[in-house]
Write a protein that binds this ligand. Structure first.
Ligand code: PGA
Length: 242
């Protein structure tokens, strides 16, 4: 695993957008593992730009999102499904709807939904490129500290740290859902190639933990040391200081 400081958020976002674009243009039936959150906003903006400039045929591209809040419908303003529609799928509206997968956090039977989603990853996967952000507490997807290394898609309880960090997207902290459906750590590791991005000083401590080269269950992202093809790109602020 290599941590590369690309200097700025702009450079790193553009680099990752280019990697996604290359994958999609070289293989018209590519499978992409997608992430949401503030970190990914510029990646998708650059990607939409590249797709438009090149009029890329994306009808065969299949996408799998990492997670979704429990209790929010796909159309809810803060749902990750809505984020994806607003930021990618409606800006470049040539994806095939049936090939876009986001866990349904609003399902009546969440246990059945987690099974359905994991089965889908197993049947349709593996994902060619999985992109990941990282939580201030080292989570990937919504796999919080202490998550089992063998976990598959499951309902998770969000920690105080995550609820607090994500409250910036809601009117107030009380509105942040307390649970999410998330791909597990084992589900994420099934991807062929993984690219993790981290920007800003608040992510530095988590990146410094990753730089230590040891798997620590309390820092879920460190499970990535068990994967053979992981790249990490950071900006100056998130780069390790030791
Ligand atoms: P952020 O979230 O991109 O909104 O900082 C990343 C994460 O929690 O994985």
């Amino acid at each position: 695993m290599k941590i590369t400081n690309l200097g700025s958020r702009d450079y790193a976002s553009f680099y990752v957008a280019c990697e996604l674009f290359k994958q999609m243009s070289q293989q018209s039936h590519s499978k992409l593992g997608l992430a949401t959150g503030g970190t990914m906003v510029d990646v998708y903006a650059f990607l939409v730009d590249l797709l438009k400039k090149n009029q890329l045929d994306v009808s065969g591209i299949e996408t799998f999102n990492l997670d979704e809040y429990v209790g929010l419908s796909a159309s809810h303003e803060q749902s990750y499904h809505r984020y994806m529609n607003d930021i990618l799928f409606e800006r470049y509206p040539y994806f095939t709807q049936s090939l876009i997968h986001v866990p349904n956090g609003d399902a009546d039977d969440l246990a059945a939904e987690t099974k359905r989603y994991e089965d889908l990853i197993n049947q349709q996967g593996p994902v060619d490129i999985q992109i990941l952000g990282i939580g201030e507490n080292g989570h990937i997807g919504f796999n919080e500290p202490g998550t089992d290394m063998n976990s598959t898609t499951q309902v998770v309880n969000l920690t105080e740290s995550t609820i607090n960090a994500n409250s910036r997207y809601f009117d107030n902290e009380d509105e942040v859902p307390k649970q999410a459906v998330s791909m597990g750590l084992a589900s994420i590791l099934k991807a062929k190639r993984i690219i993790l991005l981290a920007f800003g000083e608040k992510k530095r401590a988590a990146i410094e933990q990753l730089a230590k080269n040891e798997v620590d269950k309390q820092v879920p992202a460190t499970i990535l040391h068990a994967h053979p093809d992981v790249e990490i790109y950071v900006d100056d602020e998130a780069a390790p200081r030791f």
